[in-house]
Design a protein around this ligand. Structure first.
Ligand code: RAM
Length: 359
């Protein structure tokens, strides 16, 4: 049976019976279609860089959290790219950033709906793996974007910037702002978030440099990408550590909530805050003196690249192996180690440049 008709039969099966059972059975019969190679799940077979991009595909976007403005921008970028390429977009996903079971069921839904590819920002590095491997066994290409799974659970990861650059530069930004001295804390997203946890590891590495010997990281708090919880966690940090000099929040939801708390408190301008935020969320806190500088990439460009990588995978231009190249718009991207495709360098925003950005 040809793979496409097999997929159709499998999906019909999945629709009429227990999804898990049907997918297991179907996955078993197509095992030879997908072989794990190296660390990433690059498919067997050679990439053809000259293959024509397929049209009429459906690519499902599954963000960590649907009602998060960061993902609204990212996924809109994906939608626009797919429209330009003659393919269709759909978005599904949980409203909480700590609903891994919800994310698993959305992967299964997309598999059942026979999308051609899915772009997933994982709440947890391992929780989605069984479902994603099942999707790949059913011929669906899987791209992670923003927050990765382990490398064998997807074909490629579209990364916003080097994790090392992001972690280290956030410490550098804060250290300058507090004069290389004092207690600092981190306000993160969900405790399981792959992206934030890698960045935090690099922050800790950076802090080992002797130039930071007078800086002490006192706590990593988790606001779960929930505005209210992030606000309360900021308040809690300042109660627990009254001498706190600075906070790094590597999440758009966290940094906004922390800025909101600080700007209405006696700590405004005294306790420094940096991390990852959108210029539109942070503009007023830069202008009112709560925040000096923070950074981010353009989420819409990340979604755009995730969509184009997904279409390139389905079209056979790439398989996810290191060294393969593909064109996205005017730029040629080369796939790095472990199937990582990197968008580029982040931008630092401050009072001087923030008005040039609108996202
Ligand atoms: C939040 C999410 C997302 C992260 C950004 C910086 O919106 O946690 O995964 O990349 O912040």
């Amino acid at each position: 049976m040809r793979k496409s008709s097999l997929r159709r039969t499998c999906a019909a099966l999945a629709a009429g019976t227990s999804l898990a059972l049907a997918l297991t059975a179907c996955g078993g019969t197509t095992k030879e279609d997908v072989k794990s190679e190296g660390a990433s799940a690059a498919t067997a077979g050679k990439a053809d860089p000259n293959a024509e991009l397929k049209k009429g595909l459906t690519v499902g976007f599954l963000p960590k959290q649907v009602n998060n403005p960061y993902f609204t921008s990212a996924d809109k970028g994906g939608e626009a790219a797919l429209k330009e390429l003659g393919s269709s977009y759909k978005e599904v996903g949980p409203s909480s950033a700590t609903d891994t079971a919800g994310q698993v069921s959305y992967v299964n839904t997309l598999t059942q709906q026979q999308v051609d590819a899915m772009a997933v920002s994982a709440q947890d590095p391992g929780a989605l793996c069984t479902a994603l491997k099942q999707a790949m066994k059913n011929g669906i290409k899987v791209v992670t974007y923003d927050s990765d799974t382990t490398a064998d659970c997807r074909n490629a990861f579209v990364s916003q910037a080097s994790a090392e650059d992001l972690g280290r530069t956030e410490v550098q930004l804060l250290a300058e702002q507090i004069g290389y001295k004092g207690e600092i804390a981190i306000l993160s997203a969900a405790q399981t978030a792959t992206n934030q946890n890698i960045w935090i590891d690099f922050m800790k590495q950076e802090l080992k440099d002797p130039k930071y010997k007078d800086i002490k990281l006192v706590k990593v708090a988790y606001g779960d990408d929930d505005a209210q919880k992030s606000f309360q966690q900021t308040q809690g940090l300042l109660q627990e550590y009254p001498n706190l000099k600075g906070i790094i929040s590597p999440t758009t939801v966290g940094i906004k909530a922390a800025a909101q708390y600080l700007s209405g408190s006696k700590y405004k301008g005294k306790v420094k805050l940096t991390g990852l935020g959108t210029p539109n969320d942070m503009r007023k806190y830069v202008k009112n003196g709560t925040v000096d500088a923070f950074e981010l990439w353009d989420p819409a460009k990340l979604g755009d690249l995730a969509a184009r990588a997904a279409v390139a995978l389905v079209s056979g231009q790439i398989t996810g192996k290191e060294g393969e190249t593909f064109k996205a718009g005017e730029t040629t991207y080369t796939i790095g180690k472990d199937g990582v495709i990197s968008l580029g360098k982040p931008t630092v925003f401050d009072a001087k440049n923030i008005d040039q950005f609108n996202f």
